[in-house]
Design a protein around this ligand. Structure first.
Ligand code: FES
Length: 105
């Protein structure tokens, strides 16, 4: 399976442990940085479809503000209830100050 990388943001626009929202290919997305490493996930909880950008970053997980489930930013898997299915996460590449998000073709 091949991946198409699309330029999405400047590295300097993505806050450490903060949330940078954007829309790409019609998908609402979140970019964040954890200890300098950039992660990308969908801005939609798998539990009840609310924006995860209303929540916050806790270490390498994102917390949904609605019922409090956390999701791994690496795998998308929920680490506690009530969510029981993963969120979509995307591969990220950083080159100089540019951040690219990968979409499966
Ligand atoms: S809507 Fe996110 S945990 Fe329920």
């Amino acid at each position: 399976m091949s991946v198409e990388y699309i330029e999405a943001a400047k590295l300097s626009d993505i806050p450490e442990s903060g949330i940078h929202k954007l829309k790409l290919k019609g998908e609402p997305l979140i970019l964040t940085r954890v200890n300098g490493e950039v992660f990308c996930c969908i801005d939609r909880c798998s539990h009840e479809d609310v924006p995860l950008s209303l929540g916050c970053i806790k270490g390498d997980r994102i917390k949904c503000s609605y019922h409090g489930s956390h999701f791994s930013l690496r795998t998308g898997e929920p680490t506690d209830e009530p969510a029981d299915s993963p969120i979509r996460v995307f591969p990220v590449k950083v080159e100089n100050d540019k951040v690219y998000i990968g979409f499966e073709l």
